[in-house]
Design a binder for this molecule. Structure first.
Ligand code: F6R
Length: 582
């Protein structure tokens, strides 16, 4: 969601901006733009659409040394050229990530001071307000300090000022921003992926930091004081962002799961390292917070932690967390799950947990992300960069770590599941999806852990294929939803838990009797009568890892449905990879 880039240095700024924007592309966007100094004037190129379309409008003879860029994921106003960033008002040109919640009040105030607006965005208002303050004080440091008490909401800003040819001004509150440092060039970005091809040295901006950045120097202030920021070195490998011959990043990432899962298992079990994980058995209550698929991993975690550690687990949608009555106490544990580590709602939930003196354990993919930094302890899942908007490998690794946490104090050893995962990869999904592609509604059902898996299977399918799908605890169908089952309605039933298999099978019979087309995803140790299904995806039995094995089959099922429907699989409409606004 919205990516920011800025470059000042010895090299071609436009090239750096475009490369940086491409690296940020995975976050999701619908418009793109750049602004740079050329012959002492600021030139802006922006439009709705993709980065390579923007590149066609760029004059290759333009060789600026300073500029800013942006990928926009529309919040206020439709995706179009006018609403795209950079915005320019008076002396100020800027790009923004976040939302200025009180922009309408600020707009009214500015209209009284003769400002006019072209776009529907909160960002143009922010730009005008900065211009308005700057006109009065002629001091950008002071201006950016003042906005801290005026702008309500979140922002990361990268600013150019007319006639100030050498400097980029930056600040942030709530939205991420980092500064990459080389001797004779500086790169500003929303995340590390956009600076890594230029430098491994970077600093992380904290809320209310204000920076003045130029080719040779940078100065960061907070609360009007010049501060010394620690320079971090990024020592991990970021795999080059390429599809490696796969048709889509999503497929590549599903195929990476085998190695990632098995490497993690080998690491903990071959080396006897399970006890190096945090001991969560000492807590009386555990809360798990996350959004979307991260929340869904929490459901699976709840099942395992309650089963093996006998501790009550409350799984909370981070987006609801701050608006509900909470019972978290000082000695409770809050597990925050996030691939990006930048999800605004999850960040807020973590802050609330900390205010209540609960311990926060982050299960995170992105190094040094905001949630990782806020957490008392962090487990990095080491999934590598995930580009496809729909999460796959991060989901599986998050689930694996939750299972490992639940088993930490046991003597259980889990063997490699390479063979089992390969079995699942090798099924002919085109056969299973025939009946799904041309349908409008699909139901997912399961009980207990299988219900939790059905929730994720269902989310995956709808987000990338645009088919309406619902997941139900199988026993709930009779309480209303079974009225929607008609001749041919696809129902995908998950049965991995032998203890409750019979109950789910009864529910499958009920939908079959009403004409449903049934696809079963079932563990191969469970006997299932051929009469009750049309297709079956058989999951090799594994005592502890059936959730991971079965979800991979559903990820592939969704992938092939979306592929057959010719959907934009890696970048589904309206979705962003990193949801940095509330
Ligand atoms: C779905 C998906 C989203 C994310 C959610 C949280 O495929 O990817 O539901 O799981 O937006 O994102 P993170 O994990 O970055 O906090």
């Amino acid at each position: 969601m919205c990516g920011i880039i800025g470059y000042v240095g010895k090299n071609n700024a436009l090239k750096a901006l475009i490369n940086g924007l491409k690296a940020l592309e995975y976050r999701g966007y619908d418009s793109v733009g750049v602004a740079y100094f050329l012959n002492d004037k600021i030139k802006i190129i922006k439009d709705k659409g993709r980065i390579n379309e923007l590149e066609n409008n760029i004059d290759i003879n333009d060789l600026p040394n300073i500029g800013i860029g942006h990928t926009r994921w529309a919040t206020h106003g439709v995706p179009n050229k006018i609403n795209a960033h950079p915005h320019s008002v008076g002396n100020i040109t800027l790009v923004h990530n976040g939302i200025i919640e009180n922009y309408l009040e600020l707009k009214e105030e500015l209209i009284k001071h003769d400002y006019n607006f072209k776009s529907d965005t909160d960002t143009e208002v922010a730009c005008a307000y900065i211009d308005y303050l700057y006109k009065n004080n002629n001091d950008m440091l002071k201006t950016l300090h003042e906005i801290q008490n005026i702008f309500i909401g979140s922002y990361a800003l990268c600013i150019l000022i007319n006639n100030d040819f050498n400097n980029i001004y930056i600040t942030k509150k709530g939205s991420p921003l980092i500064l990459g440092i080389n001797t004779d060039e500086k790169i500003i970005a929303s995340d590390i992926s956009a600076i890594i091809s230029y430098t491994k040295n970077y600093i992380i901006l904290e809320d209310n930091d204000i920076g003045i950045i130029n080719r040779d120097n940078y100065k960061i202030y907070n609360n009007n004081k010049l501060i010394n920021k620690e320079i971090l070195t990024f020592d991990k490998n970021i795999d080059s962002i390429s599809k490696d011959g796969y048709d889509h990043f999503m497929l590549k990432e599903i195929y990476e799961e085998n190695e990632l899962i098995n490497n993690t298992l080998n690491h903990y079990f071959n080396n006897n390292l399970l006890s190096s994980l945090p001991d969560i058995s000492k807590y009386k209550s555990i809360y798990i917070v996350g959004c979307g698929s991260a929340y869904n991993t929490g459901l699976v975690g709840k099942y395992y932690i309650e089963k093996y550690l006998n501790i009550p687990v409350y799984v909370e949608l981070a987006s609801e967390f701050r608006y509900k009555k909470l019972f978290i106490k000082e000695n409770d544990l809050v597990i925050a799950i996030s691939q990006s580590g930048e999800t605004a709602d999850t960040i807020e939930a973590v802050k609330i947990a900390k205010e209540r003196n609960a311990k926060v354990l982050g299960i995170i993919n992105t190094y040094q992300s905001t949630i990782a930094r806020l957490s008392d302890e962090v487990i990095y899942i080491n999934a590598g960069i995930e580009v496809a908007v729909a999460t796959t490998k991060a989901y599986s690794l998050q689930v694996l770590y939750l299972i490992l946490l639940a088993l930490r104090n046991s003597n259980i050893v889990i063997n490699n599941i390479d063979k089992e995962i390969n079995t699942i990869y090798n099924y002919d999904y085109k056969k299973y999806i025939k009946h799904l592609v041309n349908t409008e509604h699909i139901f997912f059902i399961g009980r207990g852990i299988d219900y939790y898996l059905s929730v994720e299977g269902c989310l995956k399918l709808k987000e990338i294929s645009y088919i309406h799908a619902e997941s139900y605890a199988a026993g709930e169908l009779k309480h209303g939803t079974i009225s929607l089952i008609d001749k041919g309605t696809p129902v995908i039933a998950i049965i991995t838990d032998n203890d409750i298999a019979k109950k789910t099978i009864s529910n499958i019979k009920e939908v079959k009797a009403r004409g449903a087309h049934v696809i079963i995803v079932a563990s191969d140790n469970i006997n299932i009568d051929k009469e009750i299904y049309d297709e079956i995806i058989s999951i090799p039995y594994n005592k502890y890892l059936l959730p991971i094995l079965s979800i991979i089959s559903m990820q592939l099922l969704s992938y092939y449905v979306a592929k057959e429907k010719k959907c934009d699989i890696d970048k589904p409409r309206n979705l962003a990879k990193s949801v940095t606004v509330e």
